[in-house]
Design a protein. Structure first.
Length: 264
């Protein structure tokens, strides 16, 4: 499978971001990608008022993504915000493409490092996997990365690949934590992990300096099921198409049978 890691910087304008998403999807398809992954909050960046900008999954923003996925003939995974009860929103991954239509609402909310996502975002409850070209793919978003049980649930559901869309927060040690955790989660569950972060909004800013909202630090990566880094981007907007050999997942699982050897 060829997967496109589309590292972008979202603005506060959904229409502007949709145009950016469409351009990246077309470019990825032209390079032979079958699965195109964009970050969390691709619809609108954190720090904007999410409630007034959230749209349902049959709204114009999602329909715009569906249109370009159909045009390009690829499956797209992209972060958006959908309405939720009591004035909150859901932090949603839309998954759409030929024969594919589903979504995932972020389960673990980012109530950490002084930010309280739960004040404006309602948690999801369902582990979601999807089949793309015969490959089962698990879905995760940003703070989910700190919870290994979710990625093992993907593997238990038959996934050989997990996708993580993120808008990782800057701050002391956060870049190092990102690099460590993406490798650890792939190794925990013996899955390929395609982790796609928002690009750093200001490449000249110190990534150790906290920002008011989690707006991304870049360094999207493809991690093999043995925990090794197979590809990694820098902190600027960039598109990279990578090859995933799903048969390698089975070879690694036979060699290091951590899923079979679990006792709890």
């Amino acid at each position: 499978m060829r997967i496109a890691l589309c590292q972008m910087t979202s603005s506060t304008e959904p229409k502007e971001n949709l145009a950016q998403v469409a351009d990246l999807v077309r470019r990825a398809a032209a390079e032979g990608a079958r699965l195109v992954v964009l970050p969390e909050a691709a619809m609108v960046c954190f720090g904007a008022p999410l409630g007034p900008l959230a749209e349902p999954l049959d709204g114009p923003w999602a329909e715009g993504v569906r249109a370009v996925a159909r045009e390009a003939g690829v499956t797209v995974i992209v972060g958006m915000f959908t309405p939720a009860p009591n004035g909150r929103v859901a932090n949603t991954l839309l998954v759409t493409g030929p024969g594919v239509e589903t979504s995932y609402d972020k389960i673990h909310l980012y109530d950490a490092f002084g930010f309280r996502e739960s004040e404006t975002v309602a948690p999801g409850e369902q582990v979601v996997t999807v089949d793309v070209d015969g490959v089962r793919v698990g879905l995760a978003t940003c703070y989910d990365l700190r919870f290994p049980e979710l990625f093992r649930a993907h593997a238990d559901a038959g996934a050989t690949v997990s996708v993580l869309a993120a808008s990782w927060a800057a701050g002391p040690g956060k870049r190092d934590q990102w690099d460590l955790l993406v490798r650890a989660r792939a190794l925990d569950a013996t899955v390929w992990l395609a982790a796609v972060d928002q690009a750093a909004p200001d490449q000249d800013a110190d990534p150790e300096a906290p920002t008011k909202a989690p707006t991304g630090v870049g360094h999207s990566a493809l991690i093999g099921p043995d925990g090794t880094v197979r590809a990694r981007l820098g902190d600027a907007p960039e598109l990279l198409v990578v090859e995933v050999d799903t048969a390698e997942t089975e070879r690694i699982r036979q060699a290091v049978a951590v899923l079979d050897n679990r006792r709890m």
